[in-house]
Design a protein around this ligand. Sequence first.
Ligand code: GAL
Length: 673
Amino acid sequence: MPVPLPALAFGGDYNPEQWSREIHEEDRALMREAGVDLVTLGVFSWAWLQPEPDRWEFGWLDDQMDSLHSAGIRVDLATATASPPPWLTHRHPEVLPVTHDGRTLWPGGRQAFCPSSPLYRDYALTLCTALAERYSEHPALALWHVSNELGCHNARCYCDVSAAAFRTWLRRRYDDDVAVLNDAWGTAFWSQRYDDFEQVLPPRVAPTHANPTQQLDFLRFSSDQLLDNFVAERDVLHRVSPGVPVTTNFMVMRQTAEMDYLRWGRELDVVSNDHYLIAAEAGGHRELAFSADLTRGTAGGRPWLLMEHSTSAVNWQPRNRAKTPGEMIRNSLSHVARGADAVLFFQWRASRAGAEKFHSGLLPHAGTDTRQWREVVELSRVLDAVEEVAGSTARNEAAILFDYEAWWGCELDSHPTVDVRYRDRAEDLHRALSALGVGVDVVHPSADLSSYRLVLVPTLYLVSDATAAALTAAAEAGATVVVTYFSGIVDEHDHVRLGGYPGAFRDLLGVRTTEFLPLLAGQQVRVEGLEGGPVTADVWTEDLELAGAEAVATHVDGPAAGLPAITRRPVGAGAAWYVATRLDAAGTDRLVERLVTEVRLERLPGASPLVEVTRRVGEGASWLFVVNHDSEPAEVAVHGVELVSGQEVAGDLVVAAGGVAVVREAAAGGQVA
Ligand code: GAL
């Protein structure tokens, strides 16, 4: 019978096909030494499993499954459909993806398939079925892993097959009525009116900007096609291998916008995520923290699995910074603190050959007599020590609304400025809240908002009427709602909401903007009114009138000089704030401090810009996580048992510079009697 997942799983991608039998034996011995209890097997093994269309080679995988089982290691078995073998693309070149300017993406790398190709889908489902039939009862099997990072390199395909699939998708969306599509796409503009669905194409490269709603729908379609590939494999696995959970690894990180993971998450038995730091960015742990909270949002608040991250450098950025001593353990614990029940890596053993040979692994090229290996062994010990947190989750009173469709819409071309980036405000508000020790959920606008006392709405460019109504209801019921600029501008079809900006939120906020006044590159303005003196802002200002709200802060200079920059309006039992400019970090800090004080949100002890403090809550127990990114020790007033060291703490926990701590709190939720 298949086995459950380990409580707090530790391990990574295992690619034994790259190595000889002797190495496999060494691998298992070293995995045991490092405490590895879960490996992801077979991600890129299609060519090994099905070397020819009618020839199957399962012997090597049987051996691997059996020997891993004997070594006490469980398997997250991939369906191996991530990268079609050369025989398939050679035989059927029509499965290859095509870019918007008509270039074919050839085999030789990975993921060379069109997400809409029925041929690819047939071959993939045959492979998936064969694996499910063979291994569904294997005692090493704990989890099915569909494909790999769906859409990583082939999220958008513009080939003729995709074009036909896009038309089918559009017919469904627009009631098979081209007049409805014409309305939705605003085709009265630039002579774009269609009189038959057959004339509609994906937004291939055009003389100038393609229709924005066509672009938006193509992004929706592309995400849906990839999700359909997941669902097709998942359904095979559920049928042939019932009872074994199915996942696919997301890429929730700043670099990846293509897949609507907040919708995808509902289709997975367990969410898993891959996260890689942006090497060039100082303070990358903040983007990590935001992404981890967003991943928990995609999982509907349930625990999730960190499927991949790196022990040290990656190989695919321009300059690949090695992690500093302790950084890998801190990164790992930040994910666990925010709901991960597994810490897995790409990959077990650093490769000798291939495009990823300079990517770090659990076992580096230099072997076990290395600081990297010793840290891997130490991480495994730490995870064992804190294993009891598995299954618990977060309970927060602040939420950030996040929507991939708003992201797509917000960053389309032909906008007032190229400098509005969707994740920018969300990450900055998250950073400021974290620095104060306020936990925050990142959720879809359709989520139940009733338990939140502070609801932040950054750059929600595209909103439905339902979202606008839900936010008004939340404010009336007592929440403080904070909307930032370039929110509520358009409806689902990317049509401007008329009567003054921000159309969807004008009444709620009590403001009316008649014109956007974006700033030029490098231009800064001053804003005064927040406690502590003037702050600077850039990128965005607007010609804003008060219509029921009061001004909290005002522009001192720039095109909006004298006009409100931040406003507040009491609404029912709550309040609605509007932030009409891009405050610098100090400005965001002061605004957030004021909000947290006004709303009286709990601040976890010891938090600072460099000390992450978060809480996981379980049945009658809670754990405080401290991740100290500072070069000074951190002091945290907490009572309980510190699990990494096994020591009791009585209000005076000291976490070493660069260290981590996990305290089982003496009273659940931190309320010491
Ligand atoms: C992921 C992928 C892995 C490996 C890793 C390198 O995108 O799933 O197979 O390529 O990145 O960082």
